[in-house]
Design a protein. Structure first.
Length: 724
């Protein structure tokens, strides 16, 4: 008994040793090569146990015109391998896509799937129902987007083998090759939302475009945006070797797929707009295109099949340079990309807000001019432009704010704050108009119940707030206050102000257009001194005295100084920081120099030289503007905030308020009111002050107000990043 037990152990030992040796043999590497003049196909796999099947029929390829019945499924479109015997390239497995009709099949919907549909899907490994679902898809139009992607991969594996192996052996006609290429394109369009499938399909498309140029022409629009894109590298290498200029599309693919550069938010959020802008800027910079000198490094890459039956890689070596690795030309393209990113920043921010659309007027006017000018000529902007031009021709451009908002089909806001003011001026500028008042230049807001004056000016973007422009704006503002003092507009008074604009040689054409429109707006708007305090403090004593003479000449235009105007002049003198007791003396001096024609008794205007009369400086008045005029409380707060506001800082109260507000994305009006009250701030003024500060830092508001207020997290992050 003991002998037999020892014998059993010896037999068991040698059996285990043999099994281990066999397993070792199964795990050895097998490397096979298939090559031609262009590429070398290297297959590196592990031996595995061969799958046994009762079906001894050799696997064959079914072409599109072949029809076959498998169980209840009639398949007429071909493009798959059928049979029982078709080895994978390692010869120890069965081709993953081979349809073996001897295996069990149960009818199932296309959408059916179970655990048998693994990542490395194989027809032979599917469950009976899984095979039924796959055959249901194969016998259909093969376009159901809800089909599990594993079935699509099984189908794709067959096409991949046909193109990579059978084509290389000369078994595939050019016509069939072209049909298979288009089939992959079709599949990618339907199932390309799956990133893995899109990547494998694209790689196969690009590989065949390169190795079969006599069958498939290269389409530059198909160039992938990946650094590893075969088609991109091949096209770039070909262009450089020929000494040709790099096309805008190829240049974009280069910077898009670079490992050394990553698109920022505007480029990713506005992909179509970014590409169009990049191409436009590239043409501006390089004309026919940038030329790159060929480098010595050769084109050497590989293609990785998706099928487990083709595990390995295709090594591609071409007699071409590989300029895709060059840094100097890429830096030039990155400079253009950065410029385009900055230009799209405002538009991108807008689209990043909840509830916005690319078709919104508020968004479209933020597009760079180069993109805006390419918008459909039949768009809403054409209608608006035609309507405004008609108003300019018939009404000197005078339009009520209510009518303007009605025309653009946007609800009229209760107040025109800075955001709305910028919207109006930006919209006007995009369609080559200027407006008055323009908050950027005239330092006064449009009123929701007021008017706007439009004027033709393609060069409005070149308007700058020069010193003479600012002084003339103040003269017009104060002059219209005098004109409207007795609720009667005298043509002679208006003509004097127009003469001041037209005869000043230091003003540019666009400045004169802006000022004339501003004058028309002032004459059609109730006169106030709101917001003038800060502007007046910028003037020197000489400028203030000159302005005082203009005001007296306006008052004298009808030959009589009414008591109401005399009193008003005293207040204006005080506002200017002049001695109001000088009003009577100045009236006497200037009236004695006036000439009265005999015929029509209309007063001749004081020559422009009289505006520049200099007298000895008078002492400053003790009381300032706020003793004479009571501005709106909001304007006083705004002015105080502006004068105290440092570019990079808020005052303590507003800073504390801001830090609390950014803790939440949304605040109700009641919550905001209570919070502002805690810091002794008015809600409207506080929001405007914080937004003004944000504008100075990142050129965008951080708070959006629509009853409740909303915090723009993107702007908060930009401010944090800017402040380090």
């Amino acid at each position: 008994m003991k002998f037999f037990f020892i014998l059993f152990l010896v037999i068991l030992y040698f059996s285990l040793k043999k099994s281990k040796k066999d397993a070792s043999m199964d795990n050895r590497q097998d490397i096979r090569k298939y090559s031609d003049n262009l590429a070398e196909f290297q297959i590196s796999t592990n031996f595995q146990n061969r799958i046994e099947t009762k079906n001894k029929i050799l696997g064959v390829w079914k072409k599109p015109n072949e029809s076959i019945q498998i169980d209840i499924y009639k398949i007429t479109k071909g493009f798959f391998y059928y049979g029982g015997q078709l080895n994978a390239l390692n010869e120890y497995q069965t081709e993953s896509s081979l349809v073996d009709d001897t295996l069990p099949i149960e009818n199932a919907l296309i959408t059916y799937q179970d655990d048998s549909l693994s990542y490395w899907a194989k027809y032979s490994k599917l469950s009976a129902k899984g095979r039924g679902a796959y055959l249901t898809w194969l016998s259909s139009e093969r376009n159901n987007p809800d089909t599990p992607i594993g079935y699509i991969f099984i189908y794709f594996y067959g096409i991949e083998r046909r193109l990579l192996i059978d084509f290389n052996r000369g078994d595939v006609s050019d016509e069939e090759c072209f049909s298979l290429y288009n089939e992959v394109l079709r599949l990618r369009d339907i199932y390309g939302k799956n990133n893995s499938f899109y990547s494998y399909a694209t790689n196969l498309i690009e590989y065949f475009t390169i190795i079969a140029p006599h069958i498939i022409s290269i389409d530059s629009s198909s160039i992938g945006g990946s650094y590893h894109s075969l088609l991109f590298r091949y096209c770039l290498a070909t262009v450089v070797k020929k000494g040709e200029a790099i096309s805008p599309e190829l240049a974009f693919a280069w910077v898009e797929g670079s490992q050394d550069y990553h698109f920022r938010t505007p480029a990713n959020r506005c992909q179509n707009e970014f590409k169009k802008l990049f191409i436009g800027r590239y043409i501006e910079k390089f004309g026919d295109g940038m030329k790159v000198k060929a480098n010595k490094s050769k084109f050497d890459t590989y293609f990785q099949p998706a099928s487990s039956s083709l595990l390995g890689f295709v090594s591609i070596r071409l007699d071409l340079p590989d300029p895709s690795m060059l840094k100097a030309p890429l830096k030039k393209l990155i400079t253009i990309a950065d410029l385009c990113t900055d230009e799209l920043n405002a538009y991108s921010r807008y689209l990043g807000k909840q509830g916005t659309s690319k078709d919104d007027l508020f968004g479209l006017i933020l597009l760079p001019n180069k993109l805006f000018s390419n918008l459909d000529s039949n768009s809403i902007f054409s209608e608006i432009k035609e309507w405004i031009q008609k108003s300019i021709n018939e009404e000197n451009g005078l339009i009520t704010v209510k009518d303007f908002y009605s025309k653009i089909n946007i609800p009229l806001p209760q107040n025109i704050n800075k955001k709305e003011s910028e919207f109006i001026s930006n919209l006007a500028q995009k369609i080559n108009f200027g407006i008055a008042p323009d908050l950027r230049y005239h330092n006064i807001k449009i009123k929701a119940d007021g008017v706007i004056v439009f004027f033709n000016e393609e060069d409005i973007k070149y308007l700058e707030q020069s010193e003479i422009f600012t002084q003339t704006s103040i003269i017009l503002r104060l002059g219209t206050i005098v004109i409207n003092a007795n609720n009667h507009t005298n043509e002679a008074e208006v003509s004097l102000l127009k003469k001041i604009i037209e005869q000043d040689t230091e003003l540019s054409t666009v400045e004169k257009k802006s000022l004339n429109s501003y004058l028309l707006w002032l004459l059609n708007t109730p006169s106030t001194m709101n917001g003038l305090k800060v502007e007046l403090t910028k003037l020197g004593m000489e400028e203030k005295k000159s302005i005082s003479y203009v005001l007296i000449n306006i008052a004298l235009s009808d030959g009589i100084i009414h008591p109401s105007k005399s009193k008003l002049l005293e207040k204006l003198y005080t506002a200017l920081g002049l001695d109001k007791s000088m009003v009577t003396q100045d009236i006497h001096i200037l009236s004695s120099k006036r000439i009265i024609p005999y015929q029509n008794k209309k007063k001749e205007f004081l020559d422009e030289e009289m505006i520049k009369i200099h007298e000895e400086e008078t002492k400053d008045a003790q009381s300032m503007l706020d003793e004479i005029f009571t501005d709106d409380e909001e304007d006083n707060h705004s002015i105080q905030s502006d004068t105290n506001l440092d570019k990079n800082k808020l005052d303590n109260k507003h800073q504390e308020l801001y830090e609390v507000l950014v803790m939440k994305a949304e605040w109700s009006q009641e919550e905001t009111h209570l919070l502002c009250s805690k810091y002794g701030l008015m809600i409207n003024v506080a929001i405007e002050t914080i937004n003004e500060w944000a504008y100075r830092l990142v050129d965008a508001p951080v708070i959006e107000e629509d009853g409740d207020i909303f915090i723009d997290r993107e702007i908060v992050e930009e401010i944090l990043e800017l402040k380090g």
